[in-house]
Ligand binder design. Structure first.
Ligand SMILES: [Zn+2]
Length: 143
């Protein structure tokens, strides 16, 4: 997550770029990260973080609906997540899965390409993309 004002990368832990000491990586469940202001320019990042949390909540609802087989609910929830926070590879990856399940491989590939651009290390997306591009190219050239 980046500061919208100065583009500094915001991290709740790891203040000052130092690696957290052993034993400090896992805060207790009720731990609330206190520094909600940008370390560089001091802007209040609370609304941004709130928006991000909301987007993640919608994404989780989408995954639950997806696992329950309710694809239309999953799509609606994931669209909410994407509307709030469009730069999350996981959201686009799930969108791609949902498109593919509905047989819309062009949309699925488009979504996974966005996910892959946002996070080239997103392994699931890379695998899906390779499979789907193979399927799509064989569909374009029937035997
Ligand atoms: Zn800033």
């Amino acid at each position: 997550m980046k500061c919208p004002v100065c583009r500094a990368t915001y991290r709740a832990t790891n203040v000052g770029g130092q690696k957290p000491a052993i034993g400090e990586e896992s805060p207790s469940p009720d731990f609330t990260p206190t520094p909600l202001n940008c370390r560089r320019c001091g802007v209040d990042l609370t609304p941004l973080i709130h928006l991000h949390d909301q987007a993640v909540w919608h994404h989780r609802q989408a995954i639950q609906a997806f696992q329950a087989g309710d694809y239309s609910a999953a799509i609606a929830q994931n669209n909410q997540a994407l509307a709030l926070h469009a730069h999350q590879a996981d959201f686009h990856a799930l969108a791609g899965q949902l498109w593919a399940l509905q047989g819309d491989f062009a949309q699925a590939i488009a979504a996974w390409k966005i996910a892959h651009d946002l996070n080239p290390q997103h392994l699931t997306t890379t695998t899906y993309l390779q499979h789907l591009e193979a399927i799509a190219s064989s569909a374009n050239h029937p035997i």
